[in-house]
Each structure stands twice: as structure tokens, then as C-alpha cells.
Design a protein around this ligand. Structure first.
Ligand code: GDP
Length: 687
């Protein structure tokens, strides 16, 4: 039993997960040979199946790292591409097709690629071996293959035939050995022939004397020797070759051929037959593995030390897995959500909604009361425009009643239900986004989406019910608004505050405009617009420029006048609201600002009651549950891994930790393997 090779292959599989670095490469048998030397036939004989790409123009374009794993207890033979996720492939023609596709996927212009294809074959008929099949050397560049391809194949092969690998140099018996590209390449890197096995194929094509002489080659003696084979895969239709083990058929063939000729008899001293070749490969690889034990162990030690050091320095040895990371992130998000729910309650919703309605009130007032240029108001007679001065409005006059009623219903019939629900839902949405941004989830598109989806789902589900409820409950205000003294005095203060803020906004806009185009220019543009308005300057037709004012400049002038007028009106209304004239609720017709605030207050208070119950509380209750559904136990291991890896920092942490663990595992196996070797040695040469 070749225990060592088997165990080393296991270790190699672990190391490959770590991301194989040069130092951690374990010895393999590298198969080289020129095209048509019979390289594929030899490999297939060893595996016992046809599985390599064939056919005209089918040049191997990528190295195939072939691992054979002996499974004595299993009747099923199958292959696996460990990096491709194709599962177990029991049909070897499927493996062949996959390899062909992978080959064809290398772009024509690249010729060959040094990115290896990994293939593992499990079978009770294969020995534990690790082989690398390389593109065949091209001898005649006349064949429609570019010179560049030839050079690239040489480079690629050179990379693989370095120590500690064993070279399997395949040459055909019917070609002069001196011309064997494989042997020439191997001689360059292994001049004393210490780690090269010579394979001479097509022994049936030369006469037995010549054949046996080749196997005793003195020009390039190999310590590991030459093996002669007849590897012609018997072709009796695809079905046959797939059902019968190729090696058995070949061995039968070879026995018949070599048995005929005494040049190859047991006493002749030459080695022939694929079966012997296979045995030799196992022994040589086992011995090479034994030699590289210490080196590999040292290399793993060093890698592990580096990984451990990095882990300590960078992460203070803090363990982290994808699961714990997700659980911690979720907990901490829920925690900050809880904090948020305590900060965003009824008073905050109330404020939000009132601000929104304040804006609507300002719009309605501007539309219905402050809708004349200030200059007109000043000129006008008091009874026509009583709001222009602190004038008395005749409370009995229908005109003022209609105006105020109209304004009030403009507000109450605005669709308060939808508006209020929207304002709160949007605010919740925005604040959830902010919560995400200040959490670890900000780097995780997947989790981000889960949170946003949870939020939207709950808010959408609650939207219509909430909006209808609110609308229903504010209904009475559409018909009548009753005001008491306390409400009036409250709203009077609110109105003053609102006007003050609006004045500031107006003045700020005006300042911005002035800074933008310059004070002088603005005031002359405004003066000109004033003139037009008072009929003292001709209205300019579209597109003309008069007196140095472009249309754009006149537009700025109009904007300036609008802001100035608005500021003047507001100042005037501030005085009015502050004055005795607005002191009591009886003055509501001449103080629409106060009255409208009363309406807005009433709408707000009523709406908030329902928003709180129907939307806010529901959201606060359901959100953490919804989140658990999307980010909790229901995720698969792969999803959790993928989630954690979205964050480059976490990926680095998890990777390093995994690397460290794998190296520890590899080292552990290595140590027991070395102990085993030692005890074996002690038994064989006791001293
Ligand atoms: P590769 O290009 O080096 O992989 O060579 P193949 O294994 O495809 O073999 C090239 C050709 O030589 C095929 O037609 C094989 O059937 C044939 N061949 C391979 N080995 C032998 C052998 O031992 N004897 C004979 N007669 N033909 C062989």
C-alpha cells in the first residue's frame, strides 16, 4: 500500500483550499511528450478509461492536474472537477466533453493557458497518483499552428518540469530517441536523469531488437529507467471502451506482444508493459513524496506561522465565522432599531406632520389672501383690501366668510389621510436607510435589500388601512371647525412663529439671488420690471433685449420683486397677528393665519392618534420579526457565507482564519505521517 502518496494527496487537497502557494506544492508526475507520441494513450491506460480530448486539431491548451484516488470499497468510478461544481460525473465521455469544452474556451489568440484544470478520478481500479498532463510539444511548426504556440507550450512545460516533480517523458519507439522533444526537455532540467522516467510507446511498430535497445539507452541513462509499452487503445466502438477497463485490454495485448519476443523476457533486464509502468509510477511517486516530507512540513510550518502572526496582529486572535458575524450584525442592528423606536414616537410624528401642514397653510394663504402685489395693496383703499393694513374686516360680510371657509376646506379636503400616511412612511423609510448606513450592513447589498424590503412590505401593507382611518376621523373638520380661547391663543403664537420662519426663508432667498447676480444689477433689473408693471416702460416681446436687460435678467428681476413683495406682506401680517386685532377668536376673519393654524393643529392631533396606532406601532412590532425571516435562521450556509464575504474586511478576516485552520489541519496530518515514516524506518534499519 502506498500510504504516503494517498495521505499526501489528502494533504494537498487541504492545501489547495488554502490557495496553493509555490512552497506548498507537493510532487506530481508531469507527463510530457510531442504530439502523437502516445501521451494520451498512456494516461488513459493508467486511468483505465478514455477521457482525454481527441480529434483533429484538438491540442491540449491547459494543463490538467489529474488526481487519482483509489477507492477499494466502492464499485462506482467517477470524476470530479473540484473547482467547477459539476458534482460526481460517472460517465467518462461526459468528462471528455467537459475537458474539450474547457480547452476550446481558451481564446485562439492566447494559444495556451497556464491556468490548470483540476480533475480528480475516484475508482477502485486506479492507484493513488497525482499526474499533470501538459500540452504536447509541437515539432513541425509547418502544421497550421503558429510558432508562438510552440514557444508558449515550451514555456508552460518548463514551469511544470521543475523539482520536486517527477518527469514522465513519453517518446514513440518509431522516432529516433535523439529527436525526442520530451527527453531533450527533461535533460535540460534533469541532466543526470535522476527524476525522469522514460516511456517508449508504440513498441509494436519497431522490431524487437531495436525496441529492446531503445530501452537500454546509454545516451541518456535514466536512474528510474525506461519502460516500453504498447498502448494502442483497442477501438471496438465507444460502447466497448467505456464498459471494459482499458488497462485490462491493453495489458492483454501487451502480454501477447511482449510474450512473443524473448528480447523482452524476464531475464532481458528491460521493463515493459503498462502495468509495470503504473507500478513504477506509484513507487517513484511514493519515494518522492517521502523525500519531500520534511520540506513540505517546513513550508507548511512557515505558512502557518505567518498566518498565525497576521491573525494575531490584525485581529488579535479574535475568532470570526460567517454565522457569528451575521448574528452579531443582526443583533446590533436590532439594537439600534430599538433605540430608534424610542426616539421616534408620537411627538416626532406630530412635529413632522404639523410641519407639512404648515407648508400647505402658507401655500393656501398666499393663494387666497396674499395674492396682490404689495404696491397695489399699499395704494388700495382700505375697504377693498383690508388685509393690507391693520384694518377691521366687517365680520358679517359674506365675502370674508367664504374666503375663510374656502381656505379651511382647501386644507381639510387635501387628502389628509394619504398625505399624513405618506409623510410618516417616507420618513420611516429614510430613517431606516440611515440606520443601515450607520450599521455594519452598509457594506452588504444583500442585507441592505432585506431590510429595505422588510420596511417596504410592512409600510405597504399598512398604508391603505392607515390612510383610510385617518381620512375618516378628520371628516368632521371638513364641515365645521370650532375654536376655543386656548386653541386660539396657542395658534396665534404658532402663526407668529411660522410667519417669522417664512420671512427668514424669503429674505435668505433674496440674499442668494443678490449674491448671485450682484446687488446693483438686481436692483436695476427690479426697477425696470417695476416700470413695466406700472406701465412706464414698454413690455418687451419674447426674445428681445432692451436697455441691456436680457430675458434671463428680467426673470431675475421678477423673482427679486416677488421675494421683496412677499417679505413685505409677511412683515405686515406679522404685525397684524401680533396686534390686538388678532387677540381673540372673534377676529378670525381678519386673522386667517391664526385660524388656519387652528385647523392644521386639529388635523394633526387627530391624524397622529391613528398614525401612531395603525402605522408606527405596527411597524415597530413587525419589523424585527420580518427581519428575522429574511436574515435569520432561514438562510442557507452558502447564503450566509456569501453574505459575510460581501464585506472585504470580513472576507479577509474569515479567509485568514480559515487558512490558519486548514494549515493547522494539514500540519497535524503531516506530523502523524512523519511519525509513521520514522517508525517504518526504525523497523527496517534497527540500530
Ligand atoms: P498524443 O498526441 O501524444 O496524446 O498521442 P495519442 O495517444 O493520441 O496517440 C497518437 C496515435 O498513436 C493514436 O492514433 C494512437 O492510437 C496511436 N498509438 C498510441 N500508442 C500506440 C502504440 O503503442 N502502438 C501503436 N501502434 N499505436 C499507438
Amino acid at each position: 500500500m502506498m500510504v504516503l502518496t494517498r495521505k499526501m494527496i489528502e494533504i494537498r487537497t487541504i492545501l489547495q483550499k488554502v490557495g496553493q502557494t509555490g512552497a506548498l506544492t507537493l510532487p506530481s508526475i508531469v507527463v510530457i511528450g510531442s504530439q502523437s507520441s502516445g501521451k494520451s494513450s498512456v494516461l488513459e491506460a493508467i486511468v483505465g478509461h478514455e477521457f482525454l480530448p481527441k480529434g483533429a486539431n484538438m491540442v491540449t491548451r491547459r494543463p490538467i492536474e489529474l488526481t487519482l484516488v483509489n477507492t477499494p470499497d466502492s464499485p462506482v468510478e467517477y470524476g470530479e472537477f473540484p473547482t467547477l461544481n459539476l458534482g460526481k460525473i460517472t460517465d467518462f465521455s461526459h468528462i471528455q466533453r467537459t475537458l474539450t469544452d474547457l480547452n476550446l474556451a481558451v481564446p485562439e489568440k492566447d494559444c495556451v493557458s497556464d491556468d490548470p484544470i483540476r480533475l480528480t478520478i475516484y475508482s477502485k481500479n486506479v492507484p493513488d497518483l497525482s499526474l499533470i498532463d501538459l500540452p504536447g510539444y509541437i515539432q513541425l511548426s509547418a502544421l497550421d499552428q503558429p510558432d508562438e504556440l510552440k514557444a508558449k507550450i515550451f514555456q508552460l512545460c518548463d514551469k511544470y518540469i521543475q523539482p520536486p516533480n517527477v518527469i514522465l517523458a513519453v517518446s514513440a519507439a518509431d522516432v529516433d530517441l535523439a529527436n525526442s522533444t520530451a527527453l531533450r526537455a527533461s535533460r535540460r532540467v534533469d541532466p543526470r536523469g535522476e527524476r525522469t522516467i522514460g516511456v517508449i510507446t508504440k513498441m509494436d511498430l519497431v522490431d524487437p531488437d531495436r525496441g529492446s535497445n531503445i530501452l537500454r539507452d546509454k545516451n541518456y541513462p535514466l536512474r528510474l529507467g525506461y519502460v516500453g509499452v504498447v498502448c494502442k487503445v483497442p477501438h471496438s466502438g465507444g460502447l466497448f471502451s467505456r464498459q471494459v477497463n482499458v488497462l485490462n485490454a491493453i495489458t492483454k495485448n501487451e502480454n501477447a506482444y511482449f510474450g512473443q519476443h524473448q528480447q523482452f523476457s524476464g531475464e532481458s533486464g528491460v521493463t515493459v508493459g503498462t502495468y509495470s509502468l503504473r507500478r513504477k509510477l506509484m513507487e517513484v511517486l511514493e519515494a518522492t513524496m517521502a523525500q519531500s516530507l520534511q520540506g513540505t512540513s517546513d513550508a507548511i510550518h512557515q505558512e502557518l506561522e505567518e498566518a498565525s502572526y497576521e491573525f494575531k496582529v490584525q485581529y488579535n486572535d479574535r475568532p470570526l465565522t460567517a454565522e457569528t458575524y451575521l448574528a452579531e450584525s443582526l443583533d446590533s442592528f436590532k439594537h439600534s432599531f430599538k433605540e430608534f423606536t424610542e426616539l421616534f414616537g408620537r411627538p416626532q410624528v406630530r412635529m413632522l406632520l404639523k410641519q407639512e401642514l404648515d407648508q400647505r397653510v402658507l401655500d393656501i394663504l398666499a393663494q387666497r389672501y396674499w395674492n396682490k402685489p404689495f404696491s397695489d395693496l399699499k395704494k388700495a383703499r382700505l375697504d377693498e383690501h383690508p388685509l393690507s393694513e391693520l384694518a377691521k374686516v366687517e365680520p358679517e360680510e359674506l365675502y370674508w366668510h367664504r374666503k375663510l371657509d374656502g381656505s379651511s376646506s382647501a386644507l381639510t379636503k387635501l387628502g389628509i389621510g394619504r398625505l399624513a400616511t405618506n409623510v410618516v412612511a417616507n420618513s420611516l423609510s429614510t430613517q431606516m436607510d440611515q440606520l443601515i448606513e450607520s450599521s455594519t450592513f452598509r457594506n452588504h447589498p444583500f442585507a441592505k435589500k432585506a431590510i429595505q424590503d422588510s420596511t417596504n412590505q410592512i409600510l405597504n401593507e399598512r398604508f391603505y388601512a392607515t390612510s383610510d382611518q385617518v381620512e375618516n376621523c378628520i371628516k368632521p373638520y371638513k364641515f365645521e371647525i370650532e375654536v376655543d380661547d386656548r386653541e386660539w391663543s396657542n395658534s396665534r403664537e404658532n402663526a407668529q412663529r411660522l410667519l417669522k420662519d417664512e420671512l427668514k426663508a424669503c429674505e435668505d432667498s433674496y440674499k442668494r439671488l443678490r449674491d448671485q447676480i450682484g446687488a446693483k444689477k438686481l436692483s436695476s433689473a427690479m426697477a425696470f420690471v417695476d416700470k413695466i408693471r406700472n406701465g412706464k416702460a414698454p413690455e418687451m416681446p419674447e426674445g428681445t433685449e432692451a436697455l441691456g436687460f436680457s430675458q434671463a435678467m428680467l426673470e431675475k428681476g421678477r423673482e427679486g420683486i416677488f421675494l421683496r413683495d412677499r417679505a413685505d406682506i409677511i412683515k405686515m401680517r406679522m404685525l397684524a397677528v401680533k396686534s390686538k386685532g388678532c387677540a381673540t377668536k372673534d377676529s378670525k376673519y381678519s386673522c386667517p393665519e391664526v385660524f388656519m393654524d387652528v385647523v392644521a393643529e386639529k388635523l394633526t392631533s387627530t391624524a397622529v392618534l391613528f398614525l401612531n396606532v395603525e402605522l408606527l406601532s405596527e411597524f415597530y412590532y413587525n419589523f424585527p420579526r420580518e427581519l428575522d425571516l429574511r436574515l435569520g435562521r432561514h438562510l442557507s450556509q452558502a447564503q450566509i457565507e456569501a453574505f459575510a464575504r460581501e464585506d472585504p474586511k470580513i472576507r479577509k478576516h474569515v479567509d485568514l482564519q480559515q487558512r490558519k485552520q486548514l494549515l493547522e489541519l494539514a500540519l497535524q496530518k503531516m506530523d502523524s505521517l512523519m511519525a509513521l515514516e520514522k517508525s517504518k524506518k526504525a523497523q527496517t534499519d534497527p540500530e
